[in-house]
Write a protein that binds this ligand. Sequence first.
Ligand code: G3H
Ligand code: 13P
Ligand code: ZN
Length: 326
Amino acid sequence: MPLVNSKELFEKAYKGGYAIGAFNCNNMEIVQAITEAAKECNSPVILQVSAGARKYAKQGYLKHLVEAAVEDTGLPIVLHLDHGADFEICKECIDGGFTSVMIDCSSKPFEENIAITRKVVEYAHDTSKHPYVTVEAELGTLAGIEDDVKVEHGAESYTRPEDVEEFVKRTGCDSLAIAIGTSHGAYKFKPEQCTRDPKTGVLLPPPLRFDILEEVSKRLPGFPIVLHGSSSVNQEYVKIINENGGKLVDAVGVPEDQLRKAAKLAVCKINIDSDLRLALTAGIREVMNQHPEKFDPREYLKPAREYVKQLVKHKIVDVLGSNDKI
Ligand code: G3H
Ligand code: 13P
Ligand code: ZN
């Protein structure tokens, strides 16, 4: 089976009340961990590449790694550009064989966001040059840092439901990322926004704005919604990291039960990157700290890859609900 776009996957996910995991990949171990987990769970999966990942690994290497994963697993896999900042990067990815792109002009004025998104959609949907490529766009801004799209905490803004119909109609995008209180990275909420669990000392974040999600989906019936910034910052990995020389203080994510609820509603794609980074780092730190004599990268990357794989299996089964959907 070749790489697929997200259209059919989202149609099935919407009807079935589950979401597809969109996991960021930067190297071979991460690609293998995600796709082996998906294979064991019989789940479709989206592998996404950010601008930073393209700079780090080069687009061609990542594309061929993902194609190797398709060959190895036989799964329906989407190769997606995460947070494309302009038309040019989206075009390069489409020309390079990506099956899905995100154009993220969410921090630009509404009319400019529409104009650039429309231009990307026209190119992506023109099947005279390449197969149909699905386009994700964004309305509302999330705090956090990606390489080319940066929003400071405090400057984020929720999606305005009254804008979504016009935006989708005028751009022709295939899915829409909205801002309902998630944010990028491992520090999603400031301690003062949270309460603290008296027993464990762990921060408990405020709830997501499900009222906005519900209003958006009322206005866009059947239309796939995307959630970025959806790592949960699982505390077991934070603990391993901190016990093995790391220093992550008050790292906090989106509770998994809230993501499960979103996946049952109109959310068809849930983006997870930071959680993979934490699992991989936990595995590497553990070996490095407990076996300072080791220096063969395979000896620390193998258990780290296994941590990422177990994490992705947990996400697929307990959070996304996309297991056994092939
Ligand atoms: O949403 C952003 C992803 O976590 C990608 O992060 O730009 O550091 O690769 P990156
Ligand atoms: P996290 O930082 O929560 O993993 O978000 C990832 C993301 O949204 C990638 O686009
Ligand atoms: Zn994102």
